[in-house]
Design a protein around this ligand. Sequence first.
Ligand code: 8DG
Length: 146
Amino acid sequence: MVEAKRPVDVAVGILLRPNGDVLLGQRPDGKPYAGYWEFPGGKVEPGEDILAALKREFVEELGIEVISAEEWCGVEYVYPHAHVRLHFFISREWRGEPQSLEGQAFAWQGQVAVTPLLPATIPLLEWLDQLRYARQAVNQSVEGPL
Ligand SMILES: Nc1nc2c([nH]c(=O)n2[C@H]2C[C@H](O)[C@@H](COP(=O)(O)OP(=O)(O)OP(=O)(O)O)O2)c(=O)[nH]1
């Protein structure tokens, strides 16, 4: 039987470019689910604010300064190695280009085609598409011919 563990808060960031591309990273060797793709982020430290954790992880992993981010949705998931409470943020405003500071691969994706993805992150892609398509539909109705 899998031992019940207390949930661990994780701050996760989706960098969203104006063209709709999002940044994914590949989990490096030595971590559970090594080789799986995820949105960048990591565990919140005890007493740490979740947005502060997000900003810290982006500096540590990618050398990126997140200027602003809005909390978008939360997902709980029980893995064999941990019970996680994921806090997904969307950021459209950051400074710097991603660098592979922990030896991980990363990729900007429109339709996300990298596989495999962490199981808890898979449903997010459909929600993200709805967000992006809804935005395009609004733009079309505003900018399209009358
Ligand atoms: N960053 C990130 N983590 C995710 C996603 N989806 C998902 O299930 N997780 C899970 C995997 C891990 O169990 C947990 C993140 O913990 P981690 O081990 O990567 O965090 P960390 O970088 O702080 O790791 P460490 O200091 O313990 O090495 O959240 C996602 O999209 N992004």
